[in-house]
Design a protein around this ligand. Structure first.
Ligand code: PEP
Length: 252
């Protein structure tokens, strides 16, 4: 039985006051409820420490939206795994489509970051997903295979336990267009098959695979009810308690 995770990617949104208020609101939302779902929030770098404090002992984890693969040194503007762990981060999102397609990150870089994070036991939410034109030309499976192979190159089966995969079709991110529950489940099953072929059946069964792409309270329950969907990575709807709260509840 895979434990569900509901993760919020705040992207480049909020400020110190609104982020702190959101984190406190979420901490109140989960208080006293059963803890059968992992909850993760990923605020912008400057607010990580404040948000970590604001979620307190609610059980909500805090993660970053990126990291660099080198440990320290002359890498202006970058943030290391050690720095993230120093301020209490448990997770990092890597390979998000905005980093791939807006900021030009390739599988090789994502792989170096993934290995740097897991080497220090920082959990990785590794995002994969196809563009609209790739889906329309029946290349979804091929794109997912390439991103999995590239992102997980030289990652051992034992280390897979520190990784969660997020399937995020690019055409569904921030567009209001959600993959149908069947489309999501089919892509997740494809990813699980890839894990089974390239690692083992046990690794495939153990891997948590989150769906991301315009998840909202009105569609969360159906998406999360799919057999291969183990949670959600939520962008826009993670920015208010009114939206993220019910999505967390749908994961229970
Ligand atoms: C995301 O950024 O990971 C995402 C899925 O965004 P949204 O929920 O807004 O589509």
């Amino acid at each position: 039985m895979r434990r569900p995770m509901i993760a919020g990617n705040w992207k480049m949104n909020t400020d110190l006051a609104s982020g702190t208020e959101l984190a406190k609101g979420l901490a109140s939302h989960v208080a006293g409820k059963d803890s059968s779902v992992d909850v993760l929030v990923c605020p912008p770098f400057p607010y990580l420490q404040a948000i970590k404090e604001a979620v307190g002992d609610s059980g909500i984890s805090v993660g970053a939206q990126n990291c660099y693969f080198e440990e320290s040194g002359a890498f202006t503007g970058e943030v290391s795994v050690d720095m993230l762990q120093d301020i209490g981060c448990d997770w990092v999102i890597l390979g998000h489509s905005e980093r791939r397609h807006v900021l030009g990150e390739c599988d090789g870089t994502i792989n170096k970051k993934t290995k740097a994070a897991i080497a220090k036991n920082l959990g990785v939410v590794l995002c994969v997903g196809e563009l609209l034109e790739e889906r329309e030309s029946d290349k979804t499976g091929e794109v997912l295979d390439t991103q999995m192979k590239g992102g997980l190159a030289d990652v051992s089966e034992a280390d897979l336990s520190k990784i969660i995969i997020a399937y995020e079709p690019v055409w569904a991110i921030g567009t209001g267009k959600t993959a149908s529950p069947e489309q999501a489940d089919q892509a997740h099953a494809h990813l699980r098959n890839w894990l089974s072929s390239n690692y083992s059946q046990a690794a495939a069964e153990a891997m948590r695979i989150l769906y991301g792409g315009s998840v909202k309270p009105s569609n969360a329950e159906e998406l999360l009810g799919q057999p291969n969907v183990d949670g959600a990575l939520v962008g826009g709807a993670s920015l208010t308690v009114d939206n993220f709260g019910p999505i967390i509840d749908a994961g229970r």
